[in-house]
Design a binder for this molecule. Structure first.
Ligand code: COA
Length: 334
């Protein structure tokens, strides 16, 4: 049975930075509150006039991953995009990305699994490769969450940001790459985080931002607890299934929702924080994009090295959660 190796990673974020001081001008909040409760200092905001669509960000991240993997567009047989903020209800972001990167030999589709979208997409890609149905798969997480934000709700608008990350998965005979994937959901709690109808235009300071008639609603306290127990639980499952212990893990790349959630997961797993990769201070919660964005940064800054055991672990609306355990093979930074 072939193994699915990650042979390239890429990411892309919008140019515009909105820092906590900028948010203080939009809602009744403070840099001190946001930093203490979430660890977030700034986030990126996609702008319409710069054509920073979900598809454009996803395509840019994809091109960077393809370049690192040395993979041409016509080699890609599958494109799976995890997203909850595709530019249109249909067609899929994946099909729009397919057009941008000219990967016309691929089947392309989206996965909607909240912030676990990339983890669900990895699960499908890994299974397809292992079953011999796919040889080269492009997996993307791309979001423009700021289009779904209620800019009058200080409880949520401070948390979110835009961006994209991508990975090329290829079939290889040598053991390694993805060791296992694990995905779970519990629809009983869908109403802890969802999008509702609404139509408040963004405030003056955010002119030029695309807005759609949906709003994000969240019950932060309950989500926090669910996130910690679900992520820690599924990480333990991944370790047990592979006969590994926490000492075997060189790096954990968790969903970047909130630094306090990550710290609580680290405490529960008894893995020190210096083995957790975080960039939530720069980007906020970018939903499906957060893990591939962090993975690309960790890869390009040599926080992940050949042979490392890496744990990806996510949590999101649905509720959904997931984990992927990897034995990292060296990638060529390109
Ligand atoms: N600035 C200033 N004050 C704020 C604020 C903001 N941006 N947002 C909320 N507050 C206020 C509240 O109104 C409340 O005031 P009160 O005590 O006078 O009523 C106070 O801060 C505490 O609010 P609370 O919601 O209890 O804070 P918290 O410690 O739970 O932190 C979150 C809020 C959202 C940061 C936290 O619950 C969280 O991170 N939850 C998980 C969210 C998440 O990650 N969602 C995505 C999952 S993929």
């Amino acid at each position: 049975m072939p193994f699915a190796h990650i042979t390239g990673t890429g990411s892309a974020v919008p140019e515009r930075i909105l820092d906590n001081a900028g948010l203080e001008q939009i809602v009744d909040t403070s840099d001190e509150w946001i930093t203490r409760r979430t660890g977030i200092k700034e986030r990126r905001i996609a702008m319409v006039d710069k054509n920073e669509t979900t598809a454009a960000l996803g395509a840019l991240a994809a091109r960077r991953a393809m370049q690192m993997a040395g993979v041409s567009a016509d080699q890609i047989d599958t494109i799976i995009t995890g997203t909850v903020s595709a530019d249109r209800i249909f067609p899929s972001a994946a099909c729009m990305i397919q057009k941008e990167i000219e990967a016309f030999n691929a089947a392309a589709y989206d996965i909607s699994a909240g912030c676990s979208g990339f983890m669900y997409a990895l699960d499908i890609a890994n299974n397809n490769i292992k079953a011999g149905m796919s040889k080269t798969c492009l997996v993307i997480g791309a979001e423009r969450l700021t289009t779904l934000v209620n800019w009058k709700d200080r409880g949520t608008c401070v948390l979110l940001g835009d961006g994209a990350g991508a990975a090329i998965l290829q079939n290889r005979a040598e053991p390694g790459g993805i060791l296992s994937t694990h995905i779970k959901s519990d629809g009983r709690y869908w109403d802890l985080l969802y999008s509702d109808s609404g139509n408040d235009p963004p405030p003056e300071l955010l002119k030029g931002l695309a807005s759609v008639p949906f709003h994000l609603k969240m019950e932060g306290n309950r989500l926090f607890k669910q996130a910690v127990s679900s992520m820690a639980g599924i990480a333990e499952t991944a370790l047990v299934q592979n006969g590994l212990t926490r000492e075997d893990i060189q790096l954990v790349i968790p969903h970047q929702a909130n630094l306090r959630i990550i710290q609580a997961v680290a405490e529960k797993l008894k893995i020190p924080m210096d083995r957790f990769f975080t960039n939530v201070h720069k980007y906020g919660n970018t939903s499906s994009a957060s893990i591939p964005l962090a993975m690309d940064e960790a890869n390009r800054s040599s926080r992940i090295n050949h042979g490392d055991i890496v744990l990806l672990v996510s949590f999101g609306a649905g509720l959904t959660w997931g984990a992927t355990l990897l034995k990292w093979a060296a990638t060529n930074p390109g």
